[in-house]
Design a protein around this ligand. Sequence first.
Ligand code: CA
Length: 526
Amino acid sequence: MSDPAESVARAPLTIRMQERDNVAIVANHGGLPAGTVLPGGLVLRDKVPQGHKVALVDFARDDAVVRYGIPIGFAVEAIAAGSWVHERLLKMPDARGLDQLPIATVKPAPLPALEGYTFEGYRNANGSVGTRNILAITQTVQCVAGVTDFAVRRIKSELLPLYPHVDDVVALAHGYGCGVAIDAPDAVVPIRTLRNISLNPNFGGEVMVVSLGCEKLQPERLLPPGSFAIVDARQPEGEALDVVCLQDDAHVGFMSMVESILRQARVHLERLNARRRETVPASALVVGVQCGGSDAFSGVTANPAVGFCTDLLVRAGASVMFSETTEVRDGIDQLTARASTPAVAEAMIREMAWYDAYLQRGSADRSANTTPGNKKGGLSNIVEKAMGSIVKSGTAAITGVLAPGEKLQTRGLTYAATPASDFICGTLQLAAGMNLHVFTTGRGTPYGLAECPVIKVATRTDLARRWHDLMDVNAGKIADGTATIEETGWELFHLMLEVASGRKKTWAEHWKLHNALVLFNPAPVT
Ligand code: CA
């Protein structure tokens, strides 16, 4: 069988996204040397690395360099056709203002319903569905993380074998809870994030808390009685929150604390172990999409395939969240235009304005987003990165907006405002109720979460080949010409149903690659 990556290497291949584009990216593994004659007859003046842009026309100084049909920058000097257009040759366009945006102007036609797709999931009392059956141990403060971790190791070795229908036990460790300005207005973000993660559908409504005792974030503040009503009929009316408090007088010695945690864990494991998977409609999926370690192929292969799959999920009645505020900020006009109502567009603008102010407070701006790896991969700046990032959201009308840490209450396509940081975005999407995560990467990241399966999609065949036991889907086939965006989107959709049903494990699950929960705390630390 011929290797697609090698066959690509033989014939020069460039990819242009839209007719209007005056640059294309080089698809060949290893790039193309100077002197290469492209299919249209253009001769390369420079060596152009894979994923990087080549000038298709002669640019005068200040001419717009157009990709995805929009100016991603302006030439700082004359650039001859066939030259490598790298980031030092581009001046970034000014940020789009948040006034006079198109509001709900696109009005995408409702996509045709996609019926008959199901998966095997764990039904919760509130109607949500888990894709895994996990005991999660909530913590009020970082101080208890070591003790909880010790107890979790014992639960895994001594108790889990007795409860074969429980997939795992996870300590929800974090850095918050004390030494923070807990009454500051923005403290609502980390607090509601922790609360809502505890109520994630993959934990079956079995909330148990380990607390220190003297911390600022007291258990009743983290999980006030009303918060249970959202998710959990298992918590009987009037029953107190299940809290193991380490400073309780009854604890004498470290082992008595550990025994308390194990004793309470048994109660929840017993109930979780009685649960069984049932056939549920695909509409029960709550999918969070994000990207990390992006390259110029992210917006050509993996993200468009995810976008196609997003449309399939929306058609099936499922919930899809796209996020990463700094990576969609430069396409705000596309997003407000796709909002289903003016109220949705206004909510998006509100979240973007909040984030602009947050960045400004820290003397940063959107240009701080792109990494050295992004640039090495061919992404010149945040405008180019944003255009490739937004395509993950597909074509459906945007019907919901969530502020950071809020819980998702609606189906369809939602903009869940989060930072672009992989760990913070994943943490906030978990809080929103995500039961399946899709993550695209071009440079490569081994990212995974203990709380929910993560399906990783490679943007290039070379990455998929080298990281064959870390990447679940190879969208590089799209650049190789061996699969279409639609075929890859369907492949992802079918894989999602398999993974959600527990019939397939993702590579991150196989290796138990678990990144930390990282809270977004925009409030002061004391
Ligand atoms: Ca990210």
